[in-house]
Design a protein around this ligand. Structure first.
Ligand code: BTN
Length: 255
């Protein structure tokens, strides 16, 4: 069971995770925050041991064994609504990858737009969703799933999963990992408020796929080319011959 005290003792944030909700079982932590009509505090984090209906990008299911991993969502409101959601997405993946590297000395790699890999296998996925009231953005929800201590995965995957325990060959401390991620995420959000460039550069430095020949599946078609860069909005710039194209979403595969 997740030990809230051990998590809280290492939390150094001012906003993110200061209101913390723990739930044994829930439909989906993203749905909880999106659907909740009460005005939960900016930075509220909900962590669950088990999601009955966890979802990933492109409506794929996100499955995670009970009590073994980190499955949580962060509510962003107020000043954070001024930020570009794509930047928040990149910042979240950076926070996860830096925390894994710092705590466990495992080399991670970022996969556009927001997966975290270890040895080309997926250790974390992020799903950013938002809701509006009228035409006004009301909240952004950053949902993060991390394979921490699960070592067996059944089913078919677009990218093979791995976990921190599988790579380390020992149990990883979930409480310490969560506090490290939230500490780093709040700092990155602060950097974004000042200037996104630093965060975008840090993301570029940690994405080995930039410069590689890739294929991207946008859901409607597959395109191949060189992953040239990300633009100021965090979109992928794909170069095929002399043609340059902006890609806003999709699954990337190295050729
Ligand atoms: C992906 O890789 O496709 C994104 C996976 C995101 C999963 C997390 S787990 C917590 C939050 N609640 C959800 O239902 N999904 C996200």
């Amino acid at each position: 069971m997740f030990n809230i005290e051990n998590f809280d003792i290492k939390l150094e944030t001012g906003i993110i995770g200061r209101n913390f909700i723990y739930s044994e079982t829930i439909d989906s932590t993203n749905s909880f925050l999106l659907g909740n009509e009460q005005k939960l505090a900016n930075g509220t984090v909900i962590l669950t041991e088990y999601q009955e209906n966890g979802r990933g990008r492109f409506k794929r299911p996100w499955e995670s064994n009970k009590g073994e991993n980190l499955t949580f969502s962060i509510l962003l409101r107020k000043k954070y609504l001024m930020l570009n959601p794509n930047h928040i997405n990149l910042a979240a993946s950076l926070a996860v990858s830096s925390a894994i590297e710092n705590l466990f000395q495992l080399k991670t790699d970022l996969k556009w737009p927001n997966d975290v890999l270890i040895k080309n296998k997926k250790v974390s996925g992020i799903l950013l969703e938002s809701s509006t009231k009228g035409s006004k953005l009301e909240k952004i929800v950053v949902g993060i799933g991390i394979n921490v201590n699960q070592t067996k995965y059944d089913g078919e995957f677009k990218i093979q999963p791995t976990s921190i325990k599988f790579e380390l060959r020992r149990e990883a401390n979930r409480e310490r990992l969560l506090s490290e991620i939230l500490n780093g995420f709040e700092e990155l959000l602060h950097s974004l408020e000042e200037s996104p460039k630093k965060v975008l550069d840090e993301w570029r430095e940690n994405c080995r796929m930039i410069g590689e020949r890739i294929t991207i599946d946008t859901g409607t078609e597959k395109k191949s080319g060189v992953f040239y860069d990300i633009d100021a909005n965090g979109f992928m710039i794909l170069k095929s011959g002399e043609e340059i194209e902006k890609i806003t979403s999709g699954d990337v595969f190295v050729k």
